[in-house]
Write a protein that binds this ligand. Sequence first.
Ligand code: ADP
Length: 340
Amino acid sequence: MISIEQLSKNYSVHGRSITALNNINLTIGKGQIFGIIGRSGAGKSTLLRALNLLERPSSGKLFIEGEDITTYDHRQLHGLRQRVGMVFQHFNLLNAKTVAANIAFPLKLSGAYTPEQISQRVDELLQLVGLDAQRHHYPAQLSGGQKQRVGIARALANYPHLLLCDEATSALDPETTQAILRLLLDINQKLGLTIVLITHEMQVIRTICDQVAVIDAGEIVETGEVVDVFLHPQHVVTQKLVAENQSLDLSMLAQIRRKGGSRLLRLTYVGSTTHEPILSRIAVKTKAEITILQGVIASIKNTPYGQMIVELSGTPDEVLAVQALLHEAQVRIDVLEDLH
Ligand code: ADP
């Protein structure tokens, strides 16, 4: 669907050049929800806005559905903007127009539909985002979540193939954020639409994304399936973002008095093993002692996972036997500390 090749963007500020994006390479598959996460100033907006050429790259290629959009002329660009919808953090609604008129606006602009077609499309979109009862309301009469529903309906009006979401939930409270994320997931599944979103919150990524790219100082530092990146972050920036969103608190461990000769392990279970009593089965098979110090069971999109910090003590043979049994049960083991 999207292939980004050696994309760079420099801004010139008072004669000085600022590198916002440096040699970005990414592939985004059709029908995916792809998240781009990074701190403020990392380059997320610049990258997202390059995907509909609201921001022109300084160099590199940007293929959408097989065409390099950086070569587009004015007319082709107009066509591209119809195929690519965009949802904004601060909604960007027309305050003097009703909900229905806001949604109809891009359809009128396109000049491709009759008034009847527009009215029918608006009805469909109001149903899709659950705002049928508010069709005659003005933006000032809506909650933040309702405003974003209008923003999403408007972005979908022209039957886009790609939806770009620019921090779409950052201005919303946690409950409304979850409702809007569920709506985006629903749209992705119902319409098979590809969604690219940018966010600074790992919670957003783990709730709806399939793949994630982590951006820092204009460069992609890590990319992959959300389950892999979230559970086994490699880059220090990713590790920090994940730690902020995790219930396991490693700093607490320093306060726990441990026995000599024990080994501190982090165990990660993914998928169906999450709900199996693996530890108790292993405990009855060995003489080693397994003490659970911390644990969490949660999910990443639709995949359940469990993470636990355990203290394992016993003879070296017993410890190795437990690790072998865990390995057999497809539990990933990270040795956090060996206490001799
Ligand atoms: P993010 O969305 O991750 O916060 P941005 O893409 O907005 O990051 O910005 C990346 C870098 O580019 C920052 O250093 C920012 O100051 C700079 N930048 C962004 N837009 C402009 C602009 N229009 N002019 C000059 N510098 C810009």
